[in-house]
Design a protein. Sequence first.
Lengths: 362, 387
Amino acid sequence: MKVLVAMSGGVDSSVAAALLQRDGHEVVGVTMKLWGGPSDAGCCSVSDVDDARRVADHLDIDHHTFDFGADFARHVVDPYVGDHQAGRTPNPCIACNRHLKFDRLMERAAALGFEAVATGHHARVTTHADGTRRVARGADRAKDQSYVLHVLDQGALARVRFPVGDRTKAEVRNLARALGLRTADKPDSQDVCFVSATGGRRAFLEPRVALTPGRVVDGDGLVVGRVEAVELVTVGQRRGLGLAGGGEARFAVHADPVAATVTVGSAAELLTAEQAVGGVVWAAGPCSGATLVQCSAHGVPRPGDLVLGGTASDCAGEVTVRWHRPERRVAPGQSVVFYEGDEVVGGGTALSPPAAGGPAPR
Amino acid sequence: MSPGPVLTYLDHAATTPMRPEALDAMLPFLTDRFGNPSGSHRPARAARRAVDDARDVMAEALGCEPGEVVFTSGGTEADNTAVAGALACRPGSVAVAPAAEHQAVLAPVEAAAGRLVGVDGTGRVDHDSLSAALGPDVAVVSVMLANNEVGTVTPLEEVVVLVAEHAPGAVLHTDAVQAFPWLDVAPAAAAAGLVSVSAHKFGGPQGVGALVVRRGVALAPLLRGGGQERDRRSGTSNVAGIVGMAAAARVLQGDRSEVVARVGALRDRLADGLLAAVPGTVETGVGGAWPNRDHKVAGSCHLCFDDVEAEALLFLLDQAGVCASAASSCASGAAEPSHVLAAMGMDRARAGGSLRLSLGWTTTEADVDHALTVVPAAVARLRQARL
């Protein structure tokens, strides 16, 4: 089979390419050039492209670089900036997976005659009796990336391969060492590739949007602190809100850049019985009822019931999660992914609570 | 790398195979004739003699005195030296260049806060825009003889008149890197005080080039040190490279007109064939006051295909054994949008489907036949995939 392997320059995609080659596939490596700005992390620096190319050379497979910078700016960076402006906390890696690693790369791969696209994600694809497929958790639970792959539809699932998904990270590294791959001991990338570890989100956003200084109020509307940028406050955040020490711990429960206001509340006020989720995509059709719900990349899945259609009147593509026990509210913009056992059945983006700005529902 | 099909190499503007005479001339200097030409003993003197002989050959080819030839590490160093060296001699001065120059000129011009001027739809400098940018504060004006992407040749006689009129204190530099394989640069660049060439574009080795610095032109060195090249470029001479470059130049001076006639005919067959075979194709660098290919270098076939992504097209061509390029490559090897096409006023969508097929001294009829089969099929396939 002709397989295009997305090689980020990391150990997982290096081994993915090697495994496919070992299985007799016709393998070509590609590194996507996504971000041209300064960065000290992530997937697409020149040195990472070098690593990917040198691994491909070592394996004796062809390697190409595709410049998807314009698509990355449109589908990942611009929405990332816009989400912050609206007081949300986006997850750009998911947008990148959806629009770049899958939509764009798969389209390009098909045009170039490839039957499949492979990545180094720690996840698996399962096939049901009816022929439909699901993303399932990778064998290494600590490294599982099924959460960031919940956007894959049946068309994508039929053509994607995750060659390292049934191995542990330790096995992947051992294999890389045995094959003499230069990426064997390369550290995992952690952060958003276009946000530098030194400057953080602030350094990235400051030249791009006007950041709003704001007041921090409690549930009664009393001003209790100040922040330099409401856009950088994440729901659930405890530090950096300018609150006086002592007393009960307080958390951001709502951030509203338009009103230049961050509302804080107690840990109890951060809890909610329901979580609204928008822009939901399903692996193979809508599901309702009891499910496990994961709200961050390595978060613990919590039980809840899915209710289709949300609570508002205009709620197509919306789902309401009714938690079995109250859970911390999810920062708007974060991905909320639904599992049945190890399989992803769907997911979407956390919405603000309906009573935005007011005290948390109890 | 898999061996793949037979290669049709149509990327001579990126680099062209070495002339066998160049390699033969170099080998002794990579083996037993290893002396450093700056020394005084016999092996050193032998190396020095070889460099001096090479300098004579290059001077003849470039239409200058041997003492006006400065050997460099290639076109980029020659371009950088010309721009930065001229500016350094006049504190507070500025550099001027058309926006379609090679990055090796644009980058030093921009680094010194210079002025970029417009080009017309074929990539040639716009005279009004150039005149407006010139003034007494200008130390250097850099206008390429032949464009590296679209292959259009700019007559320097008109440029030098404008410079003399509006910036009489400025020196004219011309990047003749892409022109040298195809034009007799001696007359073509006679108006320029500074001329850059690069060996690997005309059958010499990579990593060596030359800058003509005409007598009386003030130029500060980029590299300082041991004072080689009459203090204009320090560093131990690349003897083998210099000898190889001169050998290639000597062969080229002998057969250039024959190569131009033969390759020009191949290029016309290729360009005409692709324009006929592929609908929605535009030939670049022709039009307006320059309606035909006579004013492009003979090896240049530059086309834009509607509704095709250059990067995908290059991939398919590579798979089929046809080597080509779209624009200049960035450090990570990805195709960047062409600044040349943008400067020419081409819209982004059309520029995104650009293909540079550049022919050279080894190109054959069979290469053209192969490209005429592979390119239309690849374009059709990509357009089909978009539907």
